[in-house]
Design a protein around this ligand. Sequence first.
Ligand code: CP3
Length: 370
Amino acid sequence: MTEPTSSFAPLRNDTFLRACLGQPTDYTPVWLMRQAGRYLPEYRALRAQAGNFMALATNPALATEATLQPLERFALDAAILFSDILTVPDAMGLGLSFQQGEGPQFARPVRDEAGVAALAIPDMDKLRYVFDAVASIRRALAGRVPLIGFAGSPWTLACYMVEGAASKDYRTIKTLLYARPDLLHRILTINADSVAVYLNAQIDAGAQAVMVFDSWGGVLADGAFQTFSLAYTQRVLQQLKRHGADGKEVPRIVFTKGGGQWLRDMRALDCDVLGVDWTVNLATAREQLSGHDGQRPQSLQGNLDPITLFAPPATVDAEVQRTLAAFGAPEQNAAHSCQHIFNLGHGINQHTPPEHVAAMVEAVHRYSRR
Ligand code: CP3
């Protein structure tokens, strides 16, 4: 087979990608969910310049700048595309807007039979700005660190599409789940197939890893999680390309907030990394993922409580040490084993002091150096 040629610069720091694929590394790689965002004053300035969040996200040059901002401050081992999970339902025509301080809102939520019948996989041309941003970021990174593309899980997208906004109790979508599961299954099927096409286009544009954010999988009952979240995340994964435009393997990460009790179900997912929140014990999780059915064990991503970053740097330092110790010494000899990618257990809080993030990243590298 001939290697496809790539116009992108060679990767100089592959620590994150190696850990994703279960290969030994010189130190534990680290990045943060929502690392580009409101806790950075330079991000707030850039958003003001753009006018609002969507104006920033839909402008590839500005989205590139936002992606690179945290990398200028901290020695992070990966970059993540600056965008949002809700671009996909927006492209479906649901009318996304972000009210300052109130979070996302859809003008036309999907609530009834007619709304569900009208749903379809969106024209990817409407999301061209995302793929242009991926290519632009990849060029700007010039091989510094790998670029992660991402999408929401079918279930998490459905939460916003049906509720129309963030929700405290998920009453509308859970009522649909229990009263009209047929309608929810149709929404989830369309979401899964849309997300698969969307992630494949990000891979073609230059994404070197992809992540599925199942932020609200943890609100489901046991049984419902497997049927309405996990099965559709798997439907996405089954359709994804394994290799990028440069012929390199593109690892897949799945993060389910509140999913710790379902790791035994999640290890059947066709993915390379499972993200876990701070309620999970990393040693127990590692044990559950190691040596299963002869398949390559998944690696673990996480799981510092984001609120830890409000404590003084000395405490942050100690909590980093504790998290690394909880995972234990990574395997150095096996070609493939469960490796650790340091991250928060959920997105960084917008009020986080940036200097504490610096202390965190520095501590991960210092304490984990082999
Ligand atoms: O740095 C990065 O991680 C890349 C960018 C990114 C954003 N959103 C930018 C953003 C990523 C990966 C996301 C994912 C996302 N978006 C998720 C999954 C991750 C998670 O935290 O669970 C979810 C649930 C959303 C939906 C969403 N988008 C919400 C609820 C909000 C508003 C409140 C909030 O939590 O920030 C957004 C807006 C949004 N997306 C902002 C950013 C930087 C803030 C908007 C602003 O600048 O005013």
